[in-house]
Design a protein around this ligand. Sequence first.
Ligand code: NAD
Length: 458
Amino acid sequence: MANSLIRTPVSNPATLEVVGHVDVLPADQLGDALVRAQGVQHSWADTDESSRRQCLADVSELIEAETESLARTLTLEQGKPLAQAQLEVGIAARAFAYFATLSLEPEILRSDERQTVTRHFHPLGVAGLITAWNFPLSLMAWKVAPAVLAGNAALVKPAPSTPLASLALGHILDKVLPAGLVQVLTGDNDLGQAIVEHPGIEKISFTGSTATGRRIMGAAAPRLKRLTLELGGNDAAIVLPDADVESTVLGIAAVAFRNAGQVCIAPKRVLVPAELEASITEAFRDYLSEQIVGDGSVEGTTIGPVNNAAQQQFLVDLELAARADGGKFHRTALNRADLPGYFVQPAVVTGLSPTSRLVREEQFGPLLPILTYGSVEQAVAMANDTDFGLGGSVWSTDKERAATVADRVRSGTRWINQHGPAELDIPFGGAAQSGLGIELGREGLHAYTEARIKNIRN
Ligand code: NAD
Protein backbone atom coordinates (compact mmCIF):
# COMPACT_ATOMS: atom_id res chain seq x y z
CA MET A 1 0.00 0.00 0.00
CA ALA A 2 2.78 2.44 1.00
CA ASN A 3 4.19 2.40 -2.54
CA SER A 4 1.08 3.82 -4.11
CA LEU A 5 0.81 6.77 -1.72
CA ILE A 6 1.59 10.23 -3.06
CA ARG A 7 3.55 12.57 -0.77
CA THR A 8 2.29 16.12 -0.74
CA PRO A 9 3.83 19.20 0.88
CA VAL A 10 2.19 21.26 3.63
CA SER A 11 3.08 24.97 3.57
CA ASN A 12 3.26 27.69 6.16
CA PRO A 13 0.59 30.24 5.15
CA ALA A 14 2.76 33.11 6.42
CA THR A 15 5.99 32.30 4.58
CA LEU A 16 4.86 29.70 2.01
CA GLU A 17 7.79 27.55 3.15
CA VAL A 18 7.21 23.82 3.17
CA VAL A 19 6.86 22.69 6.80
CA GLY A 20 6.11 19.02 6.27
CA HIS A 21 4.89 16.32 3.93
CA VAL A 22 1.98 13.95 4.24
CA ASP A 23 0.72 10.97 2.30
CA VAL A 24 -2.41 11.46 0.24
CA LEU A 25 -4.49 8.36 0.77
CA PRO A 26 -6.26 7.57 -2.48
CA ALA A 27 -10.00 7.24 -1.95
CA ASP A 28 -9.92 3.66 -3.27
CA GLN A 29 -7.60 2.63 -0.41
CA LEU A 30 -10.00 3.67 2.29
CA GLY A 31 -11.14 0.07 2.66
CA ASP A 32 -7.87 -1.07 4.34
CA ALA A 33 -8.17 1.56 7.06
CA LEU A 34 -11.80 0.66 7.56
CA VAL A 35 -11.04 -3.03 7.99
CA ARG A 36 -8.49 -2.18 10.69
CA ALA A 37 -11.00 0.05 12.45
CA GLN A 38 -13.76 -2.53 12.27
CA GLY A 39 -11.35 -5.20 13.54
CA VAL A 40 -10.81 -3.38 16.81
CA GLN A 41 -14.14 -1.61 17.32
CA HIS A 42 -16.13 -4.54 18.78
CA SER A 43 -13.61 -5.38 21.46
CA TRP A 44 -13.28 -1.69 22.30
CA ALA A 45 -17.06 -1.39 22.67
CA ASP A 46 -16.99 -4.40 25.02
CA THR A 47 -14.52 -2.76 27.43
CA ASP A 48 -15.78 -1.20 30.64
CA GLU A 49 -17.00 2.31 30.19
CA SER A 50 -14.84 3.32 33.15
CA SER A 51 -11.69 2.12 31.38
CA ARG A 52 -12.68 4.06 28.26
CA ARG A 53 -13.16 7.14 30.43
CA GLN A 54 -9.70 6.59 31.92
CA CYS A 55 -8.20 6.45 28.41
CA LEU A 56 -9.77 9.81 27.62
CA ALA A 57 -8.37 11.30 30.81
CA ASP A 58 -4.92 9.91 29.91
CA VAL A 59 -5.13 11.40 26.42
CA SER A 60 -6.01 14.76 27.95
CA GLU A 61 -2.88 14.68 30.12
CA LEU A 62 -0.66 13.70 27.20
CA ILE A 63 -2.03 16.55 25.08
CA GLU A 64 -1.36 18.99 27.87
CA ALA A 65 2.19 17.70 28.23
CA GLU A 66 2.72 18.21 24.48
CA THR A 67 1.22 21.71 24.40
CA GLU A 68 4.31 23.47 23.11
CA SER A 69 5.07 21.17 20.18
CA LEU A 70 1.41 20.80 19.16
CA ALA A 71 0.94 24.57 19.26
CA ARG A 72 4.06 25.18 17.17
CA THR A 73 2.92 22.68 14.56
CA LEU A 74 -0.52 24.27 14.49
CA THR A 75 0.86 27.76 13.97
CA LEU A 76 3.21 26.57 11.23
CA GLU A 77 0.47 24.98 9.13
CA GLN A 78 -2.56 27.06 10.10
CA GLY A 79 -1.10 30.54 10.58
CA LYS A 80 -2.67 31.59 13.88
CA PRO A 81 -0.48 33.36 16.46
CA LEU A 82 1.28 30.97 18.81
CA ALA A 83 -0.67 32.16 21.88
CA GLN A 84 -3.94 31.31 20.10
CA ALA A 85 -2.54 27.94 19.06
CA GLN A 86 -1.69 27.21 22.71
CA LEU A 87 -5.25 28.07 23.67
CA GLU A 88 -6.54 25.69 21.02
CA VAL A 89 -4.38 22.86 22.35
CA GLY A 90 -5.85 23.61 25.78
CA ILE A 91 -9.37 23.31 24.37
CA ALA A 92 -8.48 19.93 22.86
CA ALA A 93 -7.07 18.68 26.18
CA ARG A 94 -10.12 19.88 28.09
CA ALA A 95 -12.47 18.23 25.59
CA PHE A 96 -10.98 14.81 26.38
CA ALA A 97 -11.09 15.60 30.11
CA TYR A 98 -14.71 16.75 29.86
CA PHE A 99 -16.02 13.70 27.98
CA ALA A 100 -14.10 11.54 30.50
CA THR A 101 -16.62 12.73 33.09
CA LEU A 102 -19.72 11.63 31.15
CA SER A 103 -21.45 8.29 31.29
CA LEU A 104 -23.76 6.34 29.03
CA GLU A 105 -25.57 4.46 31.76
CA PRO A 106 -29.03 3.36 30.58
CA GLU A 107 -31.78 5.83 31.46
CA ILE A 108 -34.91 4.65 33.26
CA LEU A 109 -37.79 6.17 31.34
CA ARG A 110 -40.60 4.54 33.31
CA SER A 111 -40.78 2.10 36.18
CA ASP A 112 -44.19 1.19 37.57
CA GLU A 113 -46.34 -1.83 38.22
CA ARG A 114 -47.03 -2.25 34.54
CA GLN A 115 -43.64 -1.77 32.88
CA THR A 116 -39.96 -0.99 33.26
CA VAL A 117 -38.77 1.01 30.28
CA THR A 118 -35.12 1.86 29.80
CA ARG A 119 -33.12 3.59 27.09
CA HIS A 120 -29.73 2.13 26.17
CA PHE A 121 -26.99 3.80 24.19
CA HIS A 122 -25.20 1.53 21.72
CA PRO A 123 -22.18 2.47 19.64
CA LEU A 124 -22.76 2.92 15.94
CA GLY A 125 -19.57 1.27 14.64
CA VAL A 126 -17.02 3.30 12.68
CA ALA A 127 -17.48 7.07 12.55
CA GLY A 128 -16.07 9.32 9.80
CA LEU A 129 -14.92 12.61 11.32
CA ILE A 130 -14.20 15.36 8.79
CA THR A 131 -12.74 18.66 9.96
CA ALA A 132 -12.09 22.18 8.65
CA TRP A 133 -8.80 24.11 8.64
CA ASN A 134 -9.68 26.86 11.11
CA PHE A 135 -9.45 24.83 14.36
CA PRO A 136 -7.98 21.46 13.33
CA LEU A 137 -7.14 20.27 16.84
CA SER A 138 -10.12 21.37 18.86
CA LEU A 139 -12.57 20.21 16.17
CA MET A 140 -10.88 16.81 16.07
CA ALA A 141 -10.99 16.52 19.88
CA TRP A 142 -14.69 17.52 20.02
CA LYS A 143 -15.45 14.61 17.71
CA VAL A 144 -12.97 11.88 18.67
CA ALA A 145 -13.54 12.06 22.45
CA PRO A 146 -17.32 11.38 22.39
CA ALA A 147 -17.00 8.92 19.49
CA VAL A 148 -14.57 6.63 21.30
CA LEU A 149 -16.18 7.03 24.73
CA ALA A 150 -19.38 5.72 23.15
CA GLY A 151 -17.49 2.63 21.91
CA ASN A 152 -16.96 3.57 18.27
CA ALA A 153 -13.85 3.51 16.11
CA ALA A 154 -13.07 6.63 14.10
CA LEU A 155 -11.49 7.63 10.81
CA VAL A 156 -10.46 11.28 10.98
CA LYS A 157 -9.98 13.32 7.82
CA PRO A 158 -8.42 16.73 8.44
CA ALA A 159 -8.55 19.51 5.85
CA PRO A 160 -5.83 19.16 3.17
CA SER A 161 -4.02 22.33 4.31
CA THR A 162 -3.89 21.43 8.03
CA PRO A 163 -3.05 17.74 8.48
CA LEU A 164 0.09 17.97 10.63
CA ALA A 165 -1.33 18.85 14.05
CA SER A 166 -4.11 16.28 13.51
CA LEU A 167 -1.49 13.60 12.77
CA ALA A 168 0.41 14.63 15.90
CA LEU A 169 -2.78 14.25 17.95
CA GLY A 170 -3.29 10.89 16.24
CA HIS A 171 0.14 9.77 17.54
CA ILE A 172 -0.86 10.74 21.06
CA LEU A 173 -4.09 8.75 20.73
CA ASP A 174 -2.05 5.73 19.53
CA LYS A 175 -0.14 5.74 22.83
CA VAL A 176 -3.35 5.17 24.79
CA LEU A 177 -5.94 3.57 22.53
CA PRO A 178 -5.82 0.19 20.74
CA ALA A 179 -3.98 0.35 17.40
CA GLY A 180 -6.30 1.23 14.55
CA LEU A 181 -9.16 2.49 16.72
CA VAL A 182 -8.60 6.10 15.66
CA GLN A 183 -6.80 6.64 12.37
CA VAL A 184 -5.98 10.01 10.86
CA LEU A 185 -6.28 9.71 7.08
CA THR A 186 -4.75 12.55 5.13
CA GLY A 187 -6.10 13.28 1.73
CA ASP A 188 -8.08 15.67 -0.38
CA ASN A 189 -11.79 16.32 -0.72
CA ASP A 190 -12.31 13.08 -2.70
CA LEU A 191 -11.22 11.10 0.34
CA GLY A 192 -13.83 12.97 2.42
CA GLN A 193 -16.46 12.13 -0.17
CA ALA A 194 -15.39 8.46 -0.15
CA ILE A 195 -15.71 8.35 3.65
CA VAL A 196 -19.22 9.75 3.42
CA GLU A 197 -20.22 7.27 0.72
CA HIS A 198 -18.61 4.14 2.16
CA PRO A 199 -21.26 1.65 3.33
CA GLY A 200 -19.05 0.48 6.22
CA ILE A 201 -19.04 3.88 7.93
CA GLU A 202 -22.17 4.41 9.99
CA LYS A 203 -21.84 7.97 11.20
CA ILE A 204 -20.49 11.19 9.75
CA SER A 205 -19.61 14.19 11.86
CA PHE A 206 -18.56 17.06 9.65
CA THR A 207 -17.39 20.60 10.33
CA GLY A 208 -16.98 22.81 7.32
CA SER A 209 -18.86 24.95 4.85
CA THR A 210 -22.59 24.82 4.24
CA ALA A 211 -21.98 24.01 0.56
CA THR A 212 -19.99 20.87 1.47
CA GLY A 213 -22.53 20.04 4.19
CA ARG A 214 -25.26 19.90 1.55
CA ARG A 215 -23.18 17.55 -0.60
CA ILE A 216 -22.51 15.33 2.39
CA MET A 217 -26.18 15.14 3.28
CA GLY A 218 -26.96 14.01 -0.25
CA ALA A 219 -24.16 11.44 -0.33
CA ALA A 220 -25.18 10.04 3.07
CA ALA A 221 -28.82 9.68 2.09
CA PRO A 222 -28.74 6.26 0.36
CA ARG A 223 -27.77 4.56 3.64
CA LEU A 224 -29.54 7.05 5.92
CA LYS A 225 -26.25 7.59 7.75
CA ARG A 226 -26.30 9.36 11.08
CA LEU A 227 -25.15 12.93 10.50
CA THR A 228 -23.86 15.80 12.56
CA LEU A 229 -23.19 18.87 10.42
CA GLU A 230 -21.54 21.96 11.90
CA LEU A 231 -21.57 24.46 9.07
CA GLY A 232 -21.01 28.09 8.25
CA GLY A 233 -22.43 31.18 9.90
CA ASN A 234 -23.00 34.87 9.36
CA ASP A 235 -23.56 35.97 12.95
CA ALA A 236 -24.92 39.44 13.63
CA ALA A 237 -23.86 41.44 16.67
CA ILE A 238 -26.72 43.84 17.44
CA VAL A 239 -25.51 46.86 19.38
CA LEU A 240 -28.42 48.53 21.18
CA PRO A 241 -28.48 52.34 21.56
CA ASP A 242 -27.63 52.17 25.29
CA ALA A 243 -24.54 49.93 24.83
CA ASP A 244 -21.22 50.98 26.31
CA VAL A 245 -19.21 51.66 23.16
CA GLU A 246 -15.74 50.82 24.45
CA SER A 247 -16.47 47.47 26.10
CA THR A 248 -18.84 46.46 23.31
CA VAL A 249 -16.28 47.05 20.58
CA LEU A 250 -13.57 45.28 22.57
CA GLY A 251 -15.87 42.29 23.08
CA ILE A 252 -16.87 42.09 19.41
CA ALA A 253 -13.44 42.78 17.92
CA ALA A 254 -11.63 40.24 20.09
CA VAL A 255 -13.70 37.47 18.51
CA ALA A 256 -14.23 38.91 15.03
CA PHE A 257 -10.49 39.25 14.35
CA ARG A 258 -9.36 36.17 16.27
CA ASN A 259 -7.71 33.59 14.03
CA ALA A 260 -7.78 36.27 11.29
CA GLY A 261 -11.59 36.09 11.33
CA GLN A 262 -11.66 32.38 10.50
CA VAL A 263 -13.99 31.44 13.32
CA CYS A 264 -17.37 29.84 12.71
CA ILE A 265 -19.06 31.57 15.63
CA ALA A 266 -17.74 35.10 15.32
CA PRO A 267 -19.55 38.37 14.71
CA LYS A 268 -19.54 38.72 10.92
CA ARG A 269 -21.91 41.70 10.73
CA VAL A 270 -22.11 44.51 13.30
CA LEU A 271 -25.49 46.26 13.42
CA VAL A 272 -25.42 49.66 15.10
CA PRO A 273 -27.91 52.50 15.60
CA ALA A 274 -27.16 55.29 13.12
CA GLU A 275 -26.27 57.72 15.93
CA LEU A 276 -23.51 55.40 17.23
CA GLU A 277 -21.91 54.59 13.87
CA ALA A 278 -19.15 57.20 14.14
CA SER A 279 -18.13 56.41 17.73
CA ILE A 280 -18.24 52.65 17.16
CA THR A 281 -16.21 52.88 13.97
CA GLU A 282 -13.67 55.02 15.80
CA ALA A 283 -13.43 52.47 18.62
CA PHE A 284 -12.83 49.68 16.07
CA ARG A 285 -10.12 51.79 14.44
CA ASP A 286 -8.50 52.18 17.88
CA TYR A 287 -8.70 48.42 18.45
CA LEU A 288 -7.15 47.66 15.07
CA SER A 289 -4.41 50.22 15.57
CA GLU A 290 -3.15 48.05 18.44
CA GLN A 291 -3.02 44.88 16.33
CA ILE A 292 0.10 43.54 14.68
CA VAL A 293 -0.30 41.56 11.48
CA GLY A 294 2.46 39.08 10.75
CA ASP A 295 3.86 35.60 11.05
CA GLY A 296 2.08 33.79 13.89
CA SER A 297 5.38 32.25 15.03
CA VAL A 298 6.88 35.69 15.70
CA GLU A 299 6.33 37.10 19.16
CA GLY A 300 3.97 40.06 19.27
CA THR A 301 1.88 39.06 16.23
CA THR A 302 -1.83 39.27 17.04
CA ILE A 303 -3.29 38.58 13.58
CA GLY A 304 -1.75 35.99 11.26
CA PRO A 305 -2.42 35.25 7.59
CA VAL A 306 -5.54 33.49 6.41
CA ASN A 307 -4.96 29.81 5.90
CA ASN A 308 -4.80 29.30 2.16
CA ALA A 309 -4.65 30.92 -1.25
CA ALA A 310 -8.30 30.24 -2.10
CA GLN A 311 -9.48 31.94 1.08
CA GLN A 312 -7.23 34.94 0.43
CA GLN A 313 -8.53 35.25 -3.13
CA PHE A 314 -12.13 34.97 -1.91
CA LEU A 315 -11.52 37.89 0.47
CA VAL A 316 -9.88 39.94 -2.28
CA ASP A 317 -12.99 39.39 -4.41
CA LEU A 318 -15.30 40.36 -1.54
CA GLU A 319 -13.29 43.54 -1.02
CA LEU A 320 -13.48 44.49 -4.69
CA ALA A 321 -17.24 43.95 -4.66
CA ALA A 322 -17.62 45.94 -1.44
CA ARG A 323 -15.58 48.84 -2.86
CA ALA A 324 -17.75 48.82 -5.97
CA ASP A 325 -20.78 49.04 -3.63
CA GLY A 326 -19.32 52.17 -1.98
CA GLY A 327 -17.83 50.46 1.10
CA LYS A 328 -15.21 52.41 3.05
CA PHE A 329 -12.36 50.31 4.50
CA HIS A 330 -10.87 51.44 7.82
CA ARG A 331 -7.42 49.93 8.29
CA THR A 332 -5.15 50.92 11.14
CA ALA A 333 -3.34 47.71 12.12
CA LEU A 334 0.44 47.64 11.95
CA ASN A 335 1.60 45.33 9.17
CA ARG A 336 4.85 43.56 9.96
CA ALA A 337 4.22 40.92 7.34
CA ASP A 338 6.89 41.61 4.78
CA LEU A 339 6.26 38.06 3.67
CA PRO A 340 4.84 36.28 0.64
CA GLY A 341 2.04 34.55 2.58
CA TYR A 342 -1.75 34.81 2.52
CA PHE A 343 -2.11 38.09 4.38
CA VAL A 344 -5.29 40.15 4.41
CA GLN A 345 -4.97 43.50 6.14
CA PRO A 346 -7.83 43.61 8.70
CA ALA A 347 -10.54 46.23 8.29
CA VAL A 348 -13.93 47.37 9.45
CA VAL A 349 -16.07 48.43 6.55
CA THR A 350 -18.77 51.11 6.62
CA GLY A 351 -21.15 52.43 3.98
CA LEU A 352 -22.44 49.06 2.75
CA SER A 353 -26.03 48.12 2.16
CA PRO A 354 -27.49 44.79 3.38
CA THR A 355 -27.31 43.46 -0.19
CA SER A 356 -23.54 43.76 -0.53
CA ARG A 357 -21.71 40.42 -0.84
CA LEU A 358 -19.53 41.19 2.19
CA VAL A 359 -22.74 41.39 4.23
CA ARG A 360 -24.64 38.50 2.69
CA GLU A 361 -21.85 35.93 2.44
CA GLU A 362 -19.76 34.43 5.20
CA GLN A 363 -16.46 36.28 4.80
CA PHE A 364 -14.47 34.00 7.15
CA GLY A 365 -11.70 36.57 7.28
CA PRO A 366 -10.69 39.85 8.93
CA LEU A 367 -13.09 42.15 7.01
CA LEU A 368 -15.96 43.19 9.27
CA PRO A 369 -18.92 45.21 7.94
CA ILE A 370 -20.67 47.74 10.20
CA LEU A 371 -24.26 48.45 9.16
CA THR A 372 -26.68 51.00 10.57
CA TYR A 373 -30.29 50.47 11.60
CA GLY A 374 -33.12 52.86 12.39
CA SER A 375 -35.13 50.84 14.92
CA VAL A 376 -34.49 47.74 17.02
CA GLU A 377 -37.26 46.08 15.02
CA GLN A 378 -35.23 46.70 11.88
CA ALA A 379 -32.03 45.42 13.55
CA VAL A 380 -33.70 42.09 14.38
CA ALA A 381 -35.01 41.81 10.82
CA MET A 382 -31.51 42.49 9.46
CA ALA A 383 -29.96 39.94 11.83
CA ASN A 384 -32.43 37.29 10.63
CA ASP A 385 -32.09 38.22 6.96
CA THR A 386 -29.77 35.29 6.22
CA ASP A 387 -29.96 31.58 5.48
CA PHE A 388 -27.42 30.96 8.26
CA GLY A 389 -28.27 30.65 11.94
CA LEU A 390 -25.17 29.70 13.88
CA GLY A 391 -24.72 32.38 16.55
CA GLY A 392 -25.63 35.96 17.35
CA SER A 393 -25.22 38.51 20.10
CA VAL A 394 -26.93 41.57 21.57
CA TRP A 395 -24.98 44.26 23.40
CA SER A 396 -26.56 46.63 25.92
CA THR A 397 -26.19 48.04 29.44
CA ASP A 398 -29.69 46.63 30.07
CA LYS A 399 -29.19 42.84 30.07
CA GLU A 400 -32.88 42.05 30.33
CA ARG A 401 -33.78 44.21 27.37
CA ALA A 402 -30.95 42.66 25.40
CA ALA A 403 -32.18 39.17 26.30
CA THR A 404 -35.66 40.04 25.01
CA VAL A 405 -34.17 41.22 21.72
CA ALA A 406 -31.99 38.08 21.53
CA ASP A 407 -35.11 35.90 21.91
CA ARG A 408 -36.15 37.06 18.46
CA VAL A 409 -32.87 36.15 16.74
CA ARG A 410 -32.94 32.81 14.95
CA SER A 411 -29.63 31.18 15.75
CA GLY A 412 -28.34 28.12 17.59
CA THR A 413 -26.74 30.28 20.30
CA ARG A 414 -27.59 33.86 21.31
CA TRP A 415 -25.15 35.67 23.60
CA ILE A 416 -25.69 38.82 25.63
CA ASN A 417 -22.69 41.17 26.00
CA GLN A 418 -20.35 38.44 24.74
CA HIS A 419 -19.96 36.42 21.55
CA GLY A 420 -18.69 32.87 21.98
CA PRO A 421 -16.86 30.76 22.78
CA ALA A 422 -18.55 27.38 22.46
CA GLU A 423 -18.34 25.64 25.84
CA LEU A 424 -17.71 21.95 26.28
CA ASP A 425 -20.71 21.18 28.49
CA ILE A 426 -23.20 23.33 26.54
CA PRO A 427 -24.89 21.82 23.45
CA PHE A 428 -23.67 23.57 20.31
CA GLY A 429 -25.34 23.52 16.91
CA GLY A 430 -26.65 25.66 14.13
CA ALA A 431 -30.19 26.74 13.33
CA ALA A 432 -31.37 27.04 9.71
CA GLN A 433 -28.59 26.22 7.21
CA SER A 434 -25.81 26.43 9.79
CA GLY A 435 -26.09 22.81 10.71
CA LEU A 436 -27.85 19.71 11.76
CA GLY A 437 -27.58 18.00 15.11
CA ILE A 438 -25.63 18.89 18.22
CA GLU A 439 -21.99 18.74 19.20
CA LEU A 440 -20.63 18.98 22.77
CA GLY A 441 -22.48 18.43 26.02
CA ARG A 442 -24.33 15.21 26.82
CA GLU A 443 -26.28 15.49 23.57
CA GLY A 444 -22.99 15.65 21.71
CA LEU A 445 -22.10 12.27 23.22
CA HIS A 446 -25.50 10.79 22.39
CA ALA A 447 -24.91 11.82 18.77
CA TYR A 448 -22.40 8.93 18.53
CA THR A 449 -24.88 6.34 19.74
CA GLU A 450 -27.96 4.53 18.62
CA ALA A 451 -30.63 4.72 21.30
CA ARG A 452 -32.57 1.49 21.81
CA ILE A 453 -35.50 1.11 24.15
CA LYS A 454 -36.03 -1.95 26.34
CA ASN A 455 -39.62 -2.34 27.51
CA ILE A 456 -40.28 -5.04 30.15
CA ARG A 457 -43.80 -5.95 31.19
CA ASN A 458 -43.83 -6.29 34.99
P1 NAD B 1 -14.88 22.78 3.54
O1 NAD B 1 -16.31 22.44 3.55
O2 NAD B 1 -14.28 23.21 2.27
O3 NAD B 1 -13.97 21.56 4.02
C1 NAD B 1 -14.11 20.95 5.27
C2 NAD B 1 -13.62 19.52 5.20
O4 NAD B 1 -14.45 18.78 4.33
C3 NAD B 1 -12.20 19.35 4.68
O5 NAD B 1 -11.58 18.31 5.40
C4 NAD B 1 -12.44 18.92 3.23
O6 NAD B 1 -11.37 18.18 2.67
C5 NAD B 1 -13.67 18.08 3.37
N1 NAD B 1 -14.49 17.94 2.16
C6 NAD B 1 -14.56 18.79 1.10
N2 NAD B 1 -15.45 18.33 0.18
C7 NAD B 1 -15.96 17.20 0.70
C8 NAD B 1 -16.95 16.27 0.25
N3 NAD B 1 -17.59 16.43 -0.92
N4 NAD B 1 -17.25 15.22 1.02
C9 NAD B 1 -16.66 15.06 2.22
N5 NAD B 1 -15.69 15.89 2.71
C10 NAD B 1 -15.37 16.95 1.95
O7 NAD B 1 -14.74 23.87 4.69
P2 NAD B 1 -13.49 24.76 5.05
O8 NAD B 1 -13.36 25.80 4.01
O9 NAD B 1 -12.34 23.86 5.36
O10 NAD B 1 -13.96 25.41 6.43
C11 NAD B 1 -14.55 26.66 6.51
C12 NAD B 1 -16.02 26.53 6.84
O11 NAD B 1 -16.21 25.74 8.01
C13 NAD B 1 -16.69 27.85 7.16
O12 NAD B 1 -17.92 27.93 6.49
C14 NAD B 1 -16.91 27.79 8.67
O13 NAD B 1 -17.94 28.62 9.14
C15 NAD B 1 -17.17 26.36 8.85
N6 NAD B 1 -16.97 25.96 10.26
C16 NAD B 1 -18.06 25.65 11.01
C17 NAD B 1 -17.92 25.33 12.35
C18 NAD B 1 -19.11 24.97 13.20
O14 NAD B 1 -18.92 24.39 14.26
N7 NAD B 1 -20.32 25.27 12.80
C19 NAD B 1 -16.64 25.30 12.92
C20 NAD B 1 -15.54 25.60 12.11
C21 NAD B 1 -15.72 25.94 10.78
